[in-house]
Design a protein around this ligand. Structure first.
Ligand SMILES: C[S@@+](CC[C@H](N)C(=O)[O-])C[C@H]1O[C@@H](n2cnc3c(N)ncnc32)[C@H](O)[C@@H]1O
Length: 232
């Protein structure tokens, strides 16, 4: 595992990483969406390494995005134990998975070693630094932005955009705080209505919504979900 010293301004991480709502996932309202099965689908990934190693399934928006995009060089921002990184690696992406939590990275590294996932790299990195050092076809940042230092978020997104190859994609899922649905969680950062959309002006919005979901504790809040494609 590549080691990099995190900066001193890392925000304290919650002892329990809240499981955010996903469309049709456990604890959410509404019907589970019926997605067409294609080549890049969870069902196409065998063996199911996530299940084998006790990881949750990949985020549903990562699965959906992989129906739109071809495998290439991917960055998983705030990878946790690696549920998305392992999935992307199985689909043929060359994955850099970064997190500030050594425990999650150690779990991912053990899976990499056990399964010989030579195209997945687990790396200690503080996203607040906004100092990416490579360019990517796909950057996934699912339910991670809200844990960052709010003062760093603009720079983090600008850095993600700068390090996305022409024609490449960014996927963001982030909790919102709105008048209609004040965020009930004490996240350091939450998105405002249209904030993500505005930050990606000039990019093609392949998908954008600010849907309401329900947490396992019954709390309801909005999430901004965005898959954006950088102009070629
Ligand atoms: C809710 S978890 C989401 C994990 C993963 N993206 C997923 O979809 O399952 C948030 C992750 O962000 C990581 N994180 C929080 N602040 C970070 C920072 N400053 N730099 C890197 N990772 C960070 C946490 O350690 C945690 O693994």
């Amino acid at each position: 595992m590549h080691q990099r010293t995190p900066a001193a301004h890392v925000y304290p991480l919650p002892t329990v990483c809240p499981t955010p709502p996903e469309p049709g996932g456990a604890g959410t309202i509404g019907p589970r969406p019926e997605y067409p099965r294609t080549e890049n689908d969870v069902s196409a990934v065998t063996p199911d390494l996530n299940a084998r190693h006790g990881l949750n399934p990949p985020h549903s928006e990562v699965v959906a995005a992989c129906r739109e995009i071809q495998p290439g060089k991917a960055l998983d921002m705030g990878c946790g134990g690696g549920r998305n990184a392992v999935y992307l690696g199985q689909l043929g992406f060359e994955v850099t998975a970064v997190d500030v939590n050594p425990g999650g990275l150690a779990m991912l590294q053990s899976i990499i070693d056990a399964e010989g996932l030579s195209k997945v790299e687990a790396r200690l990195y503080d996203i607040n630094e906004a100092a990416l050092d490579a360019d990517y076809d796909f950057i996934a940042c699912t339910v991670t932005l809200m844990f960052l230092n709010p003062a760093c978020v603009d720079a983090v997104i600008a850095d993600m955009q700068q390090h996305t190859k022409p024609g490449g994609h960014n996927l963001i899922v982030v909790a919102m705080d709105t008048d209609a649905y004040p965020c009930p969680m004490n996240f350091p950062f939450t998105a405002k209505p249209d904030q993500m959309k505005k930050m990606y002006a000039g990019w093609e919005l392949v998908k954008y919504n600010e849907d309401v979901g329900t947490m396992h504790n019954g709390a309801r809040l909005q999430f901004a979900t965005m898959l954006a494609r950088k102009p070629s």
